[in-house]
Design a protein around this ligand. Structure first.
Ligand SMILES: Nc1ncnc2c1ncn2[C@@H]1O[C@H](COP(=O)(O)OP(=O)(O)OP(=O)(O)O)[C@@H](O)[C@H]1O
Length: 307
């Protein structure tokens, strides 16, 4: 089995401020995981705001360099400092899908023009009918067609349709990996599931792996094969999504699950999270030395020295 993506002991520290007031933020600490080529999957990264999800995604896309560790795609180190041709080849294989489709598209540019420029750039196509064919194929994968979007501007589509177009754009170079950072959070609630189902179909029908970044446990449970839970830059639990989400072991994972109560619980006035759970999870986040231990069910859980 060959490795598609290998994230190996990756950390990222941001430095801010002047010489005398320098501050360091450890956005990601010692993250490691691997995606295999022959096993397309939805690999979910979940965690509260500021837990390092986007920084990790940006490093995988080569938009940020790790402070420590290494990221390899098909055995080659990912870096935005790679020669242009190498970088373009990498970008055609690992495509991003962003949170807000209205920001991803230029409001003054017709959608088909935008898709066509992606086809020209990544597939080196110049023949108009070949470009139309590639666009139509990519749009069909997301349940649209070129006839439907031809000549239209971003504001003429719904948020859900536009996010589909953004995904179609990402699919044009036929990438084996999509990095989708909160792809449904700006989409109208009624259309959210259609985008989530689309990611699932891309995995099942076209063999595309997706790194799915979200705050949302419900959609994570529904589509993920594996999941990592991040807290303050560190992976605290990782494993099969159902194993982890049905019976989370790390106190922070349990806190995360308990924070998303059903409407039944809310109706019963049970929305408050156990303060003791909050205290324990907060204390552990600050604990300095810890490592991920392997459990018999295959999950990895962060354990703390002395705990
Ligand atoms: N360019 C940067 N310069 C300085 N600090 C940064 C930078 N980017 C991220 N950070 C900090 O790194 C930490 C992790 O941020 P990140 O955006 O990766 O978290 P996140 O889990 O994606 O959050 P959200 O869910 O809100 O998008 C935060 O404390 C953030 O303020």
């Amino acid at each position: 089995m060959s490795t598609l993506l290998e994230v190996s002991h990756v950390s990222k520290t941001f430095s801010m401020g002047g010489l005398l007031s320098r501050q360091h933020v450890q956005a990601v600490q010692d993250a490691s995981f691997t995606l295999e080529t022959d096993r397309p999957e939805i690999f979910t990264i979940i965690g509260e705001s500021g837990s390092g999800k986007t920084t990790l995604a940006r490093m995988i896309l080569g938009l940020e360099l790790p402070s420590e560790g290494e990221i390899r795609f098909r055995g080659q180190t990912v870096s935005h400092k790679a020669p242009r041709a190498e970088r373009l080849a990498f970008m055609s294989h690992v495509q991003p899908v962003f949170q807000n489709p209205f920001e991803a598209f230029n409001p003054l540019k017709r959608i088909d023009r935008y898709l066509a420029s992606t086809a020209r750039r990544f597939l080196d196509l110049s023949d108009e009918s070949a470009i139309d064919k590639v666009m139509d194929e990519a749009l069909h994968k997301v349940g649209l067609s070129l006839a439907e979007v031809h000549g239209r501007y971003p504001h003429e589509l719904s948020g859900g349709q536009l996010q589909r177009c953004a995904i179609a754009r990402a699919l044009i170079p036929n990438p084996p990996l999509l990095i989708a950072d909160e792809p449904v959070s700006m989409v109208d609630a009624s259309l959210r599931m259609s985008i989530v189902n689309l990611l699932k179909a891309l995995r099942d029908d076209f063999g595309v792996s997706v790194i799915y970044i979200t705050h949302d446990l419900a959609t994570a449970y529904y589509i993920s094969n594996r999941i990592i839970i991040m807290q303050k830059g560190r992976i605290v639990e990782m494993g099969d999504a159902r194993t982890v989400l049905e019976a989370p072991e790390h106190p922070y994972s349990r806190l995360l699950k308990a924070s998303v109560l059903s409407t039944e619980d809310a109706g019963a006035g049970k929305l408050a999270t156990d303060p003791e759970m909050v205290r324990v999870a907060g204390e552990l986040a600050a604990a300095p030395s810890s490592h991920l231990a392997e459990r018999p069910d295959g999950r990895l859980v962060r354990v703390y020295e002395g705990a």
